[in-house]
Design a protein around this ligand. Structure first.
Ligand code: NAI
Length: 364
């Protein structure tokens, strides 16, 4: 299928295919919109069943970044990249350098950072070839480093807001939370929830990640196939997308869904399906913006971790406003969030001059 006919194509400004035979790199970079600023969004390394599935993922994820950055009030448009993990092609320094050169060739229209399968160390290698990179090791009190703990913080605050809105509880003491995926974000989230007194159920396909999280927070381990349907107050999807769909939603028992994973809904009608079942859904790109908020402060080189935390504290406020609007209008939270994001993008005048970063990266 061609890009323009693809069901997830949404007038993306650019879709770039990258093939570097020397390193084995195959990647797709998608820029959905630069209306609000340079297109920012992480790079995901994943094994896709087909190139078309990789294209689907990058088209959806990059549009999600436009919406996420708009609602978070960041001077960024939306973009994303996927690196195709393939048998016999390891994630070498040469491959990451080739990816860095591909990012650099876009002259700042796309800024990359970590996503699933990419670490801070990987970003350091990518950053040896381009200044259009964030999520690099932090220095001193400056914003920077792995965005995951900041994503987890925003999700944690969002869970508090959703639990109050749906269950009328102002504390997470004794609230049960099922976390699907205890990787970078999920593990940090478990720690925060445990300290707040929540009872945790976790599932992961990685035994090592399960062991690591159970060392820092007491939790009951559930099989991956069962976690979505656990009898809990809150379900926090923190693995991959498309987990909320017409097959899974009828079996979900949680009253609140609030997690980090991008593109949790298979399609936008799933938001109405959740609402009809009385399940309060915290739109993924609203609740998981903590990481990109940290990336933004780091990239523009203009602030400290304290400022990042202040911005993240706005996430539960935005969610409360969406929950209240959903309650009064009877409309699903995901639709209200999409409308808000599109309004923000449409109201912006096209930025011909992208915001100049004050803390430009040096190419090593
Ligand atoms: P990660 O790769 O560190 O963690 C994902 C975890 O999910 C891994 O432990 C993996 O084994 C597990 N997993 C995969 N398939 C599973 C399944 N079927 N059942 C149970 N567990 C499964 O990724 P990370 O960084 O923690 O991100 C998690 C999600 O949050 C992703 O969807 C990502 O796009 C999203 N996100 C991450 C941000 C960040 O700052 N890292 C920012 C915003 C969104």
């Amino acid at each position: 299928m061609g890009v323009f006919d693809h069901p997830e194509f949404d007038h993306h400004e650019l879709v770039q295919y990258v093939d570097d035979p020397d390193s084995g790199l195959r990647a797709i970079i998608a820029i959905h919109s630069t209306a609000l600023g340079p297109a920012a969004g992480g790079s995901r390394r994943w094994t896709y069943a087909s190139d078309d599935m990789a294209l689907t993922d990058v088209l959806r994820l990059s549009r999600g970044m436009t919406y996420k950055n708009a609602v978070a009030g960041l001077p960024f448009g939306g973009g994303k990249s996927v690196i195709l993990a393939r048998d016999g092609v390891p994630k070498t320094g040469e491959l990451l350098e080739a990816f860095g050169r591909a990012v650099d060739s876009l002259d700042g229209r796309y800024i990359t950072a970590e996503d699933v399968g990419i670490s801070v160390d990987d970003m350091r290698v990518v950053g040896s070839q381009t200044e259009y990179v964030s999520g690099l090791p932090k220095s001193g009190d400056n914003a920077g480093g792995d965005p995951s703990p900041f994503t987890a913080l925003g999700v944690f605050l969002g869970i508090e807001a959703a639990v109050e809105a749906r269950l009328g509880k102002t504390s997470l003491e004794g609230v049960t939370v099922a976390i699907q995926g205890v990787g970078h974000v999920g593990a940090n989230l478990c720690e925060l929830l445990h300290h707040a007194g929540a009872t945790l159920l976790v599932a992961d396909v990685s035994r090592a990640n399960l062991r690591a999280v159970c060392d820092v927070a007491p939790c009951e381990v559930v099989l991956p196939k069962d976690i979505l349907f656990s009898d809990v107050d809150v379900l926090a999807p923190c693995a991959l997308g498309n987990v909320l769909n017409s097959e899974t939603i009828p079996r979900i028992r949680a009253k609140v869904i609030a997690g980090a994973a991008n593109n949790q809904l298979s399609d936008s009608a799933d938001g109405a399906r959740l609402a009809q079942r009385g399940i309060l859904y915290a739109p993924d790109y609203v609740i998981n913006a903590g990481g990109i908020i940290n990336v933004s402060h780091e990239y523009f080189g203009d602030s400290s971790e304290e400022a990042v935390r202040e911005d993240i504290a706005q996430i539960p406020e935005r969610l409360r406003a969406l929950f209240a609007e959903a309650e009064s209008s009877g409309r699903p939270t995901n639709i209200l969030a999409d409308e808000l994001a599109r309004r923000i993008v449409e109201n912006s005048s096209k930025n011909s001059e992208l915001k100049e970063p004050t803390g430009k990266r040096r190419i090593a």
